[in-house]
Design a protein around this ligand. Structure first.
Ligand SMILES: [Zn+2]
Length: 402
């Protein structure tokens, strides 16, 4: 697992993320968000918003304890305000809870939250659907709202996206152990070529397979066990891809793709499954999907952590444009019982980017960045789950998962 180059950042990051953590009754908060969370973004302003209600405190659901429960979790519901038919949290409340300093970068428009060292952890802009967490672009379901002198973000985005990234320790009991067995999925194949660049004669299906084979080798060199959904040019139905991860009890599922859009667009996107009741970054095929709970939703917190670490490592390794960590209910993500992410490494439709993708060196760089991202995700989880060294031998073979 030792890596050839110094990568202190994840360790530092994991340490920072752990600071000041606590356990929050997330399920209870989600239930209170349920009635309002399906309103689409960008809706017209309604009549005067209802007075701010006090967050109801339904009795906490008791999950079946597979591992020892976290010590004495303190119930700390988010104070919220009903705006535009959804529940919103004041960004300053996030600052207050995590000892961050909120300040306007541009009055009434951009607010940032910095730590005691002046390091900007979060940055929000009015009417934007994305925010920046430690400089990385992340999409929410709802746009931010300016209200009574502050910026507000939707409560479901706070619970499902912002806090898991800022303070994963609060979700430690719901996060898995570091991954050992990884399923890699080369997008498309067989009679489905995926995206194509006809000028350079590039098929997405061949490039994804090449990256996956390179990544497999790198990960095996770092001590992971790696399985593939396909290792040659064949078509595999979408549902059968996460099924490989489920059947082999894998700890991670990663689907590799290349993107296509108008010719000027470049950059890297990372996708994870949209949590229940959160709105996806692009319109859903079927609106009923917003209310559904998929197998993948049992890993909502791990998904966002995984996606973030992969995305950050890709941007660092490839120096591509940051198109954001995004949410969508992709079939390959819905069905995965383990944490899962889908990578759109770069654009085949952009001539410069496609020229790069066409070289084995660049595809090796993509694989290396993904391997680093997996290591970084693993480091965050390892910091949350210190190994009980005295009671049992080192887990050489496998991890037990709840
Ligand atoms: Zn694709």
């Amino acid at each position: 697992m030792a890596r050839p180059r110094a990568r202190n950042l994840p360790v530092i990051l994991a340490g920072l993320l752990l600071a000041g953590g606590c356990s929050a009754p997330v399920a209870a908060q989600n239930r209170s968000a349920a009635a309002h969370a399906v309103a689409p973004a960008g809706r017209p302003a309604p009549a005067a918003p209802a007075p701010a209600p006090i967050a109801p405190a339904p009795p906490a659901l008791r999950a079946v304890a597979v591992v020892a429960p976290p010590p004495a979790p303190v119930s700390r519901l988010w104070p919220f305000k009903h705006i535009y038919n959804a529940d919103f949290v004041d960004v300053r409340a996030i600052a207050e809870r995590y000892d961050l300093k909120a300040s306007w970068v541009a009055s009434g428009r951009i607010m940032q939250l910095a730590d005691a060292h002046g390091r900007v952890r979060l940055r929000f802009e009015n009417r934007d659907r994305d925010f920046y967490c430690d400089g990385i672009r992340v999409f929410m379901g709802e746009t931010t709202v300016f209200n009574q002198g502050s910026l507000y973000v939707s409560k479901i985005d706070v619970i499902k996206t912002i806090v898991p990234l800022l303070r994963p320790a609060e979700y430690a009991s719901q996060l898995p152990a570091p991954p050992r067995r990884i399923v890699l999925d080369a997008g498309h194949g067989g009679n489905d070529p995926g995206k194509q660049n006809f000028v350079l004669h590039l098929d997405e299906k061949s490039l994804t397979l090449d990256v996956v084979l390179r990544l497999k080798k790198l990960l095996e060199g770092r001590g992971y066990q790696v399985l593939l959904t396909r290792s040659d040019d064949r078509k595999i139905e979408l549902d059968n891809r996460p099924a490989v991860a489920n059947e082999t009890k894998a700890d991670l599922f990663i689907s590799v793709h290349f993107n296509s859009a108008e010719a000027t667009v470049t950059g890297t996107e990372t996708w994870v499954l949209t949590p229940q009741l959160q709105i996806s970054t692009q319109p859903e095929q079927d609106k009923a999907m917003v209310r559904a709970v998929y197998p993948g939703n049992h890993q909502d917190f791990a998904n966002v952590l995984l996606g973030y670490q992969l995305h950050r490592a890709m941007l660092a390794g490839l120096k591509t444009a940051d198109r954001g960590l995004k949410h969508y209910r992709y079939a390959v993500l819905r069905g995965a019982e383990c944490p899962a992410a889908l990578i759109e490494a770069a654009f085949l439709s952009n001539h410069t980017e496609a020229l790069r993708i066409a070289t084995p060196e660049y595809r090796q760089q993509i694989a290396a960045a993904l391997a680093d991202g997996i290591d970084d995700y693993s480091a965050v989880l390892a910091a949350l789950h210190p190994a009980p060294a005295e009671t049992r031998p080192a887990p050489a073979a496998s991890h037990q998962h709840p």
